[in-house]
Design a protein around this ligand. Structure first.
Ligand code: HEC
Length: 575
């Protein structure tokens, strides 16, 4: 008797019926932004029993019909931990366009924008209307193929009989092996750059090293805040699997904002879809340096002290001792300035004492009447902020930040440990106007102090602030604590029209970023600034220290806050 091995059986079956699914393919975790600008990370959905993803392409009739069939099918699973999603890996990368299309087609699923097309590749999707079923806990694709007989290759069936995905779900939910009798999907081939990209066209010295230098080396250098230095090819090669993971999950560079807004603000950490494609292609090809030239090894980074020239006032922050290990609470430092007269700050710069441990500083000010933490928080975010690569804070032309005689600074400082004890003696440099400038930097916030978030739940909050006079908006700074998971700012004009200004899809308490507009934005009187954010107090939020707590407003990091800080100048000022 001839015994077929498992391999020959699979091979035989695939040739017979053309299965494209290689059951139980392991996939890496990934993150994508959806067409509404919200963040999706696979590992944060590991509490689902199944995740179904359909490849959408508006040009494909099959895909449009399949979405409707999937919607019918999803109705049977509303009571079950099954999540249905659509992925767009086509060249439509504009969320607004996709959003409109979704409305026209009546698509009610979340649409994940696979702008690098790397997730389609990871999932093994190659055709429009193709469906994958993922078992999210072990992160395995357990089914890949046609949604139903109607979409299968080689069939002309118009009936929607025989839902392969339904069979796969039934098996998965019952803890059984997923049947492999499905047919491959017939839909139009998705041709995407990531799939057809050619490794030969990417070289370490010409492509990879310059990307890393631009996007990563500010922090990933000797003496930088990041845990390893990208200072030669071997180092990068060794860290490659980890680099791939951080790119696909959008964890690095840290504090990313929606790509649509990266050019509107100073000092945003970002990386383009094309750059991610190149890096991942190169890593998947073995992270090889074919030319032998190593631009990263040749880099000589010695950050200049005082980028803006010698400051008018240098303030020494009292030296801080940082232990070798352990999570550091935020430190708050009150620094009276002993000013005898009012001054006008033109710019503020931070000089990190020990950049291996200093994570960020936010410099608030307080007035001659002394410290009132609430007032401080409500004034806007103060003078400026430090983060690696963001030392200098410049205000718009002809404007200054007033510091009155008798006032002082209130610093929020965040440290991370580096494995070695450290002492950080950072400095602040103030650049002053000789005379009162035409415009005064003002601050404010769209805030809601009435916070009440139940254990194991998510909650969306919205706060607004109306501009009474024509103004120019110069800075935005979302502020929540550990449960803050996304945030965005919009303007709502008096005619009701809304315009989004900034979207932070994966808000991280650890990266308290403030966003200075490159060109201050004119805001007519009567316009409202709308700050929206989501708190994720579930166990699926990796930053959540304790999902069983009810959260109310409070200054401590185990409590919550909801501040949409902003800075502005009045338009009539100086006229
Ligand atoms: C603004 C500073 C900064 C920039 C820019 C930055 N990193 Fe990081 N990176 C960090 C810090 C800090 C850590 C330590 C982990 C953390 O705090 O999230 C880190 C950790 C990492 C890790 C290790 C992950 C782990 O789990 O330990 C990798 C890999 C990495 N970064 C890759 C990159 C790549 C690739 C880029 C550029 C595309 C980049 N980083 C840009 C600061 C930065």
């Amino acid at each position: 008797m001839v015994r077929l091995t498992k391999y020959t059986i699979t091979a035989l079956l695939s040739t017979l019926i053309g299965i494209s699914a290689n059951a139980a393919d392991s996939i890496s975790d990934f993150s994508l932004i959806d067409a509404e600008g919200r963040f999706f990370q696979l590992s944060r959905h590991a509490n689902q029993d199944a995740i179904v993803i359909l490849a959408y392409d508006n040009d494909s009739r099959d895909a449009r019909r399949a979405v409707a069939d999937l919607a019918n099918m999803a109705e049977q699973y509303v009571e079950q931990p099954v999540e249905f999603l659509v992925i767009n890996s086509t060249d439509i990368v504009d969320k607004a366009v996709m959003h409109e299309e979704a409305e026209d087609e009546g698509i009610s699923f979340r649409i994940l924008m696979d702008d690098t097309q790397l997730v389609a590749k990871e999932l093994g999707i190659s055709r429009a209307a193709e469906v994958v079923v993922i078992d999210p806990k072990p992160r395995k694709v357990v089914y890949r193929g046609a949604l139903s007989r109607r979409y299968a290759k080689g069939t002309r069936s118009q009936r929607n009989a025989g839902s392969y995905v339904g069979e796969a779900l039934t098996a998965l939910l019952a803890g059984q092996d997923v049947p492999t009798s499905a047919l491959a999907s017939r839909g139009d081939t998705l041709d995407f750059a990531a799939k057809t990209a050619n490794l030969e066209s990417v070289s370490y010295s010409n492509d990879i090293a310059p990307i890393l230098e631009n996007r990563c080396v500010t922090c990933h250098r000797e003496g930088g805040i990041a845990p390893f230095a990208m200072n030669n090819h071997q180092m990068v090669q060794g860290w490659s699997p980890m680099i791939r993971e951080t790119l696909i999950t959008k964890r690095m560079p840290p504090g990313q904002i929606d790509n649509a807004y990266v050019n509107d603000f100073h000092g945003v950490n970002q990386i383009t879809a094309g750059e991610i494609q190149k890096l991942v292609l190169w890593i998947d090809g073995g992270s090889i340096n074919t030319t032998g030239i190593d631009p990263l090894a040749a880099l000589n980074i010695k950050p200049a002290k005082w980028l803006n020239g010698t400051p008018d006032v240098v303030i020494d922050i009292p030296a801080q001792q940082i232990p070798a290990t352990g999570v550091q609470d935020y430190r708050h430092i009150v620094l009276p300035l002993e000013l005898e007269e009012d001054i006008w700050v033109k710019a503020i710069e931070f000089e990190a004492g020990d950049p291996t441990v200093l994570h960020h500083i936010i410099a608030f000010s307080f007035g001659p009447d002394g410290m009132n933490e609430f007032e401080i928080l409500n004034q806007g975010i103060g003078l400026g902020a430090y983060a690696p690569g963001n030392e200098l804070n410049l205000y718009p032309e002809n404007s200054g930040y007033p510091l009155k005689a008798g006032s002082g600074l209130f610093l929020q400082m965040h440290y991370t440990t580096s494995g070695k004890e450290a002492i950080d003696a950072s400095q602040i440099g103030l650049y002053l106007w000789d005379e009162e400038p035409e415009r005064t930097i003002l601050g404010g916030s769209a805030a809601d102090l009435d916070i009440n978030i139940s254990p194991f739940s998510t909650k969306e909050m919205v706060a607004t602030k109306k501009f009474r006079k024509d103004s120019y908006l110069t800075m935005l700074g979302p502020h929540m604590h550990y449960r803050g998971s996304d945030a965005n700012f919009k303007l709502r004009y008096s005619d009701g029209r809304e315009e989004e200004l900034l979207n932070v899809p994966n808000y991280q308490f650890n990266w308290q970023k403030t966003y200075d507009f490159i060109d201050p934005l004119f805001v007519p009187a009567g316009t409202e600034l709308v700050f929206r954010g989501t708190f994720d107090n579930t166990e699926m939020n990796p930053s959540n220290p304790d999902p069983s707590k009810t959260l109310t407003w409070g200054e401590q990091s185990w409590q919550e806050m909801f501040f949409g800080f902003f800075r502005y100048v009045e338009a009539s000022d100086g006229e």
